[in-house]
Ligand binder design. Structure first.
Ligand SMILES: NC(=O)C1=CN([C@@H]2O[C@H](COP(=O)(O)OP(=O)(O)OC[C@H]3O[C@@H](n4cnc5c(N)ncnc54)[C@H](OP(=O)(O)O)[C@@H]3O)[C@@H](O)[C@H]2O)[C@@H](O)CC1
Ligand SMILES: [K+]
Length: 500
């Protein structure tokens, strides 16, 4: 499923109208009808519904929705919140159709607040992708009034006030319980600051000529994608068919991280996993992971040091989990960057003092898996910049350093060195715990060794990790008590849902 910017959406609209010959009014009719159909999940026959209509095409959709609901016998009050002369084009056409169907609308805004207080459902068709900057009157007052009502709030395409794209503006917007998105999700549905305004969102198809539309290089990675792209274990496979991987990390003081990465990699189908860690950590890790082999690293004060070991013959390498930030570890990291020919994933402490020029010089794939704080440090920007512009900053960085970037967050954005982006929205707050990143690195390593396309491997890995947390918090845990180790032990159930 493509993710669009406002500009891309307008281009799709243009192709539909100018090249495929679908009229704008026809598109609005199908959009309004498809949105109504979707919203009916949230509306009961006895509900009093208020439809709020703005000046642009989002308002035009509102007239179609109000007419469709009235035709079906629902109790609807229709409010056009701007003066008549502001409504033009296709929206005006649909207002005329609404009136010629025998329906009336109100514009006396003094009476709106009592209506909002009385109603059960508020449908926001005031502003969509055309919003620019902070809300002007009367929208800001109406949004403020609507947001405090007990009524269910449903938004058309996007909640009024939320821009479609990345933005630095403070957001003052309609707080929807649910949003019915037209044709394709907009970027803002995945951004930390704007995503909460959408509530639960769903996308409706509106009759655009899908095969003729320009492709975007940004997509949501869905369960169907995972089903199609997850590695299949052939009946005649042996341990060498699924990858021989090594996880390098851990320290005397932090042996747990590397153990969790290794175990997650094994649980995710790796053929063989070697744990490379400081000698002093091996006795505490080995009894818990008997399936792995071990490689001792030189150490200084409990931290790994010295030269990189021989890493030839491995199909994938993950570096950094629990390795610490001791300056003496730097030589090891530099050796790994230079020597490893297999795909190399770098996480956690490995990202702390990462020599980016050396990363850029690598001829083989490098995957970096930062959270926003780690990414801000790597890209030399502020965390608030990362929160506001994760798509564009990720793309810029991945292209500049030739890396695969997995920017973790409530929506994880995976970017290839040529700028293609996949977004994973699985997971929940139960994952906001120490150790989650270590588990994810193990799952990703396993996927990287079993799938030809690194992008698909990374997106599958993020999805498996996140959806495991989702099913565990429904079936046996809460978001409060869920631990990273529980996620490892929950992976088998997730895999089983894909194998049958
Ligand atoms: N494929 C498609 O594209 C399809 C699109 N469709 C629908 O059209 C929607 C896009 O329609 P759109 O382009 O008319 O923009 P829209 O969101 O209605 O807003 C424009 C109005 O907002 C106003 N305004 C702007 N900023 C403001 C502010 N801060 N505060 C206050 N007002 C502000 C602006 O006023 P102006 O600045 O011009 O004075 C203008 O009047 C899209 O989201 C979808 O619902 C479907 O019908 C079918 C197919
Ligand atoms: K809206």
């Amino acid at each position: 499923m493509d993710i669009v910017t406002a500009q891309e959406m307008y281009e799709w609209d243009r192709v539909a109208i100018e090249e495929a010959g679908i009229t704008g009014a026809m598109l609005m009719e199908s959009a309004g009808r498809a949105v109504t159909e979707d919203m009916l999940r949230h509306i009961k026959g006895s509900d009093q519904v208020v439809v709020l209509i703005g000046a642009g095409n989002n308002g035009g959709d509102g007239f179609v929705i109000a007419r469709t609901l009235l035709n079906r016998g629902y109790n609807v009050e229709t409010w056009q919140v701007v003066s008549d002369d502001k409504v033009r084009g296709d929206a005006k056409t649909h207002r005329a159709l609404f009136q010629s169907s025998g329906y009336t609308y109100r514009t006396d805004l003094d009476g709106l607040e009592p209506s909002l207080e009385r109603c059960d459902v508020i449908i926001d068709a005031m502003l969509g992708i055309g919003v620019k900057g902070n809300l002007r009157e009367p929208f800001s007052t109406i949004v403020r009034q609507a947001n405090v009502q007990r009524a269910r709030r449903l938004a058309v395409d996007l909640p009024t006030g939320v821009p479609a794209d990345e933005s630095d503006d403070d957001i003052d917007a309609f707080r929807a319980d649910a949003t019915t998105v037209i044709a394709a999700p907009k970027m803002s549905a995945f951004l930390e600051r704007t995503r909460p305004f959408y509530g639960e969102w769903s996308v409706v198809e509106i009759g655009l000529p899908v095969n003729e539309l320009p492709k975007t290089d940004r997509k949501v990675w869905t369960r169907e994608d995972v089903k199609r792209a997850l590695p299949i274990r052939e009946a005649n496979s042996h341990k060498g068919s699924h990858g021989k991987g090594v996880v390098i990390g851990g320290s005397k003081h932090m042996p747990g991280s590397i153990a969790m990465s290794a175990r997650a990699a094994l649980r995710s189908g790796s053929g063989l996993i070697t744990i490379a860690t400081v000698d002093s950590a091996i006795p505490s890790v080995a009894p818990f992971i008997q399936e792995a082999t071990y490689m001792g690293l030189e150490e200084n004060d409990g931290f790994a040091t010295g030269q990189a070991p021989d890493l030839s013959g491995f199909d994938g390498v993950a570096f950094g989990m629990g390795i610490g930030r001791d300056p003496d570890t730097r030589g090891l990291l530099e050796g790994v960057l230079e020597k490893v020919e297999a795909p190399l994933l770098i996480d956690a402490d490995g990202l702390y003092e990462l020599p980016l020029d050396q990363v850029r010089a690598r001829r083989n794939p490098t995957v970096l898996t930062p959270h926003p704080g780690e990414f801000a440090r790597l890209a030399e920007v502020s965390i608030s910049d990362v929160i506001a512009h994760p798509f564009s900053l990720s793309r810029q960085f991945a292209k500049e350093y030739g890396v695969y970037l997995v920017l973790k967050g409530p929506s994880t954005i995976i970017t290839s060195p040529d700028g293609e982006q996949l977004v994973d929205t699985s997971g929940n707050a139960g994952l906001a715990k120490g150790g989650s990143g270590d588990v994810l690195s193990g799952v990703l390593l396993a996927m990287m060794m079993q799938t030809d396309s690194l992008m698909e491997a990374l997106a599958n890995g993020c999805f498996l990790h996140g959806s495991t947390a989702e099913h565990l918090t429904v079936e046996k845990h809460s978001m409060t008590d869920l631990l990273a180790n529980d996620v490892i032990e929950g992976l088998p159930v997730t895999f089983r849902t894909f194998s049958c």
